[in-house]
Design a protein around this ligand. Structure first.
Ligand code: T3D
Length: 267
């Protein structure tokens, strides 16, 4: 059953993962969350896959946690104690968010409609976020008495600054894709009809690039947020030192000098 929750397509070196519960706006059940983590794991381990492209089936990217999932749905029986939502985060969201943020290959999100709650965090946790112009982002958590999760409290202020992050998280209003791009929450917005091709072209472009350097770029930027300037400079030097010994650098520099197209292979 769970294999239907995500559609998988291989396009050369790009693995497309499409969340597939369109009838519920791709709301995230424990089954879908677990399967998505497995699919990311499989893509990370597959040497032929050099980029993941994530999107949603139907008119939404994802409406966030499925509020009717028995693991979290509040019981109507007054005698039944409330469920511990923290348990769900520990066992499903934290492993998924960590897997996403430490992928050895880049991950592109093609946001094809609404991305709400943890669905927004999932999209924003990807490396490059491109949205269709009818897409929108909703920090839906506050409306149901929760805080942003799946990395939301970490991602939002870093992407747009504290003032806008708090405005989004406190009010829970819908943010249109164009406004999200203007704020720096996402990288690009394109006409809806162009989203699949644009996102795939970006993913293919990344797949042809030096994968290891791309993953280290993400890691270095995430780590730099915790470092002072001098520490960041030293971290850059350490990583550059490692990359300088790697085949991709030798290939990239040689191809430039030879005036030919490079063929990158490192992972
Ligand atoms: O346990 C925990 O909660 C912890 C984890 C928290 C992480 C979170 O993600 S919390 C935030 C959860 N998400 C939300 O609160 C968003 C809820 N959904 C909405 O506010 C709206 O659906 C949207 C603004 C996203 C879209 O509105 P609209 O009018 O375009 O669509 P709709 O009619 O509301 O939804 C269409 C169907 O999807 C509908 O089902 P039906 O009536 O046709 O059978 C609706 O119930 C279903 N659906 C939408 N979101 C969810 C959902 N079903 C379950 N869970 C959802 N989150």
């Amino acid at each position: 059953m769970s294999e239907h929750l995500i559609q998988i397509e291989q396009h050369g070196a790009v693995r497309l993962l499409r969340l597939n519960r369109p009838e519920a706006l791709n709301a995230l059940t424990t089954g879908l969350l677990g399967h998505l983590r497995q699919m990311l794991e499989a893509a990370a381990e597959d040497g032929a896959t050099r980029c993941v492209l994530m999107t949603g089936a139907g008119r939404a990217f994802s409406a966030g946690q499925d509020l009717s999932d028995p693991h979290v749905a509040p019981s109507r029986d007054p005698g039944t104690p409330p469920k511990d939502i923290g348990h769900l985060l520990e066992h499903y969201y934290i492993p998924l968010a960590l897997r996403l943020r430490s992928m050895p290959i880049p991950v592109v999100a093609a946001v094809n409609g609404v991305a709400a709650g943890a669905g927004a965090s999932l999209a924003l946790g990807c490396d490059l976020v491109v949205a269709g112009e009818s897409a929108s982002f909703i920090q839906a958590f506050s409306k149901i008495g929760l805080i942003p999760d799946c990395g939301g409290t970490w991602l939002l202020p870093r992407l747009v600054g504290r003032a806008k992050a708090l405005e989004m998280a406190l009010l829970g209003d819908r943010l249109k894709a164009a406004d999200a791009a203007a704020l720096g929450l996402i990288a690009r917005v394109v006409p809806d009809a162009e989203l699949p091709d644009t996102a795939m072209a970006l993913a293919q472009k990344l797949a042809a690039m030096p994968t290891r350097a791309l993953a280290e770029t993400r890691r270095a930027m995430d780590e730099a947020l915790k470092l002072d300037f001098e520490e960041a400079l030293k971290r850059e030097a350490g990583l550059q030192s490692q990359l300088g010994f790697a085949d991709d650098y030798l290939e990239g520099a040689a191809a430039f000098l030879d005036k030919r197209k490079p063929e990158f292979k490192d992972r």
